[in-house]
Design a binder for this molecule. Sequence first.
Ligand SMILES: Cc1ncc(COP(=O)(O)O)c(C=O)c1O
Length: 390
Amino acid sequence: MIPQHRWQTYPTSIFSVMSAEANAAGAVNLAQGFPDFNGPEAVIEAACDAMKKGLNQYAPATGIKSLRDAISRRYQTAYDLKYDSELEVTVHSGATEAIWCAVQAFCGPGDEAIGIAPFYDSYPAACHAGGATLKTVALKPPHWKVDANEIERLVTPKTKMILINTPHNPTGRVLTRAEMEGIAAVARKHDLIVISDEVYEEIVFEPAVHIPMASMPGMRDRTITISSTSKTFSFTGWKIGYACAPAALTEGIRRVHQFTVFCSATPLQHAMVRAFELGDEYYKQFRSDYLLRRNSLLASIRAAGFDAPAPEGTYFISAGYERLAPHVNDLEFSLNLVRHQKLATIPLSPFYLPGDPVCKELRQVRFAFCKTPETLKKAEQILAAIGPAT
Ligand SMILES: Cc1ncc(COP(=O)(O)O)c(C=O)c1O
């Protein structure tokens, strides 16, 4: 007899559902957020070199020193944030694993975490695994603004942490200084840890500016900043992420990390040292390529009758289809789109807690534009043919 009561409480990820649909339909896949192009050649060569040199055995659990140093230097140059690479920087197998470890370390049975919905879908799973509860503040289109008062209303004596994400997937919002300050004030007042998922930190479009939570007054000592080379260097399949946090928090994260994966792929860590050496020119080009992709897909989405604010960051556009199909829920809309028009998107309601009343009226799907011009062109041709019958 196979016990099912444990695993059945984890839903099947919407990404698996929509990718299977996309494959079955032979659709253009703007559903899952992975680039359909390679990251920099120099980084691939560095990985091959590392493997050929025999750097193929377990790395230190905390990550190789040269990569921790490179991450520490990047925080210093980009944000003037200082992290001691020995005690405050940890390499993880993707941001997902870092989030998992951070949640397990500080949020246990009976504890509560407060998040913002829509959320990256590993957050509730990580809380649930540890026996904690995730409560959320639901953002609403079209402005998707974060109201810190709503966060504060959810604080109870059981609350241990606030989990945020900026630049925000799926809405494309980059939280403003005022919004960040509002969240920071709640964390300081109630002595809470903040896990700040900043994996899209390098994909921000002017005039928006990414403000790390750790740079807000009084926040460095209570913030775990999580980021990933998946997004910054376009190697989502390599799963090299990292966490920066003060030593006291890092110690907790590292204890859990030892018993999840112990360490991340050694040659890929060496390659990421090379990636961090690419420097400012790389980041500039990276952003300007994404800006072109964003603008071109956004224009097609709007021309097709969707209502979509321009994303300030990330490689996602959340678009409202109310004018196209006012009475169809978002899962059905996405399924119709992939099955009949051969265009895969992601409905937004799976990024809210089950039963969240906001989802009743939510008429939103997410398009990913981390795709080649050829893929985007195909998507744009499909969009040009879409009408109110969808
Ligand atoms: C907000 C957010 N956090 C974390 C991740 C996962 O990053 P990684 O691939 O490094 O695990 C994603 C990936 O889609 C994401 O959108």
